[in-house]
Design a protein around this ligand. Structure first.
Ligand SMILES: C[S@@+](CC[C@H](N)C(=O)[O-])C[C@H]1O[C@@H](n2cnc3c(N)ncnc32)[C@H](O)[C@@H]1O
Length: 229
């Protein structure tokens, strides 16, 4: 499977340094963003976290939703191995399961989750529409979709600072810490080329989600998209 080979192995390679770099490069803002993302969820018992990676969003769901069970799915076995270790250390092994598979062909029946989440995952999908359609399919009617993704600052001054940081500083630190030259220049490109803001809201509506809306975070560096089935 080409997708597994390209994206899965890219994340397998950077898995060991992924968490550290996330916190370092975002000055720990990623932790705040994930907390806020999970706060958008209504109480739920069965959630699917798509592109679960090293599990930080899934763990945050368990922290905030005392009755929730979370299934996490991802293409990268290494990212999930680290996630499973973290879950075990936190005593959450029975509440989060990590399963290998593609967001573009979710191995679950229609309507079986009350909530579907995805943090910093959709940008990597080779077919965004197919990934979103799968999320809609596995949600039960009335269930919630909450997506956290990088976007692009609107205010010119902040955008200038952002561009300088993203183009000049971040790839160098990413390369040095992860020892992977490609991964963090890929991050830079993938953020710029990806749709965001109102365009994404329109996309969610087209796919068939109800009441899609967004909340921007930290001057638009990231955005939370919220919708229902
Ligand atoms: C930037 S990481 C985000 C991980 C985690 N959600 C977080 O918040 O830190 C992106 C993850 O998406 C996964 N991914 C990308 N495309 C995927 C797909 N089509 N199906 C499943 N996982 C995918 C990658 O393997 C990687 O673990």
């Amino acid at each position: 499977m080409e997708e597994k080979q390209h994206i899965g192995t890219l994340f397998d390679r950077i898995a060991k340094t992924y968490d550290r770099l996330n916190h370092l490069l975002s000055f720990n803002a990623d932790k705040r963003w994930r907390r806020k993302t999970v706060r958008q969820l209504a109480p739920c018992q069965k959630a699917l976290d798509v592109a679960v990676g090293t599990g930080d969003l899934a763990i945050e769901i368990i922290r905030q939703e005392k009755a929730a069970q979370v299934v996490g799915i991802d293409l990268s076995t290494e990212m999930m191995r680290i996630g499973a270790e973290k879950a075990e250390k936190l005593g959450l092994t029975g509440r989060i399961t990590f399963e290998e598979g593609s967001a573009l062909a979710l191995p679950y029946p229609d309507g079986c989750f009350e909530a579907v989440t995805c943090a910093f995952g959709i940008r990597n999908f080779s077919d965004l529409d197919a990934g979103l359609a799968e999320m809609l399919r596995v949600l039960r009617t009335g269930g919630q979709l909450v997506i956290l993704e990088f976007s692009y600052p609107q205010r010119p001054i902040f955008r200038g600072i952002y561009n300088f940081y993203f183009n000049r500083i971040l790839p160098g630190i990413g390369k040095r810490v992860s020892k992977d030259a490609h991964a963090y220049s890929y991050l830079n490109r993938s953020v710029k080329e990806f749709i965001h803001g109102e365009q994404m809201v329109v996309k969610l509506k087209e796919i068939g989600f109800q009441e899609p809306h967004l909340k921007t975070l930290t001057n638009g560096i990231s955005t939370i998209y919220i919708a229902k089935k």
